[in-house]
Design a protein around this ligand. Structure first.
Ligand code: FMN
Length: 208
């Protein structure tokens, strides 16, 4: 039987992307996001307007999409309540967000120079996509959908079907964000600060 209920959240399970950007001063930023989808050589990114990432994408028009494997859940979670915006917008401060200028350092991740764009790649991510913004569209009053074109793809060679330009699906275990919790290999991986800050009612919070 189906019940008719106004669902509060529609995060059904999408890969976590670490988006790196630079601001006008050239400072690197790194933020987790999961509202991304790909079609052909392009991607659409859903980004909150109050984030530094949205500002950097608008002003600089470049990013690297670093696909997070499931073993980076802890690093991703270290970024979950941080923003490069200073001062922190009141609505985010009320949810427990803090300002952090050095997101790579906070996450314990390593910057690696990109080849075609200014933002750095994340060394620990086996898929790194250098992208440029080609268009942007207002989305649901608080967000922007940024359309990006993949300019260059860097892939850990161990993930490729030998001799081809195809990823072996068995070699790729993405970190999945499902209803604000982290999953990999189909199982729950660790408690999530995002879920705690959003006061999600599911069972994993009780374990924290
Ligand atoms: C797993 C995960 C997924 C997230 N997905 C998104 C997303 O799709 N879009 C978005 O705008 N923010 C998303 N966030 C929240 C941003 O990371 C957060 O707003 C962050 O403060 C942005 O940092 P910035 O202001 O330095 O850009 C996500 C956070 C986590 C931990």
């Amino acid at each position: 039987m189906h019940v008719n209920t106004p669902l509060k959240v529609h995060y059904y399970g999408t890969p976590v992307v670490l988006v790196s950007t630079r601001d006008v001063e050239g400072r690197a930023n790194l933020s987790p996001m999961s509202s991304a989808w790909w079609l052909g050589g392009s991607a659409m990114l859903g980004i909150g307007n109050k984030s530094q990432t949205a500002k950097n994408l608008r002003e600089q028009g470049e990013c690297v999409l670093n696909l997070a494997p499931s073993d980076l859940a802890e690093s991703v979670d270290r970024l979950a309540d941080l923003t490069a915006v200073d001062p922190v917008p009141p609505t985010k401060a009320a949810k427990g967000y803090r300002h952090e200028a050095d997101k790579f350092g906070a996450a314990g991740l390593t910057e690696q120079a990109a080849e075609l764009v200014a933002p750095p790649r994340v060394l620990e991510c086996p898929v790194q996509l250098e992208c440029r913004v080609v268009d942007s569209h207002p989305f649901n009053a608080t967000c922007t959908a940024f359309e990006v074109e993949v300019l260059r793809s860097h892939v850990d060679e161990r993930m490729l079907v030998p001799g081809t330009a195809y990823v072996d699906p068995d070699a790729w275990d993405p970190l999945i964000m499902k209803f604000c919790e982290y999953y990999g290999e189909g199982r729950h991986l660790r408690p999530s600060r995002l879920a705690a800050n959003w006061r999600m009612p599911h069972q994993h919070l009780a374990a924290q």
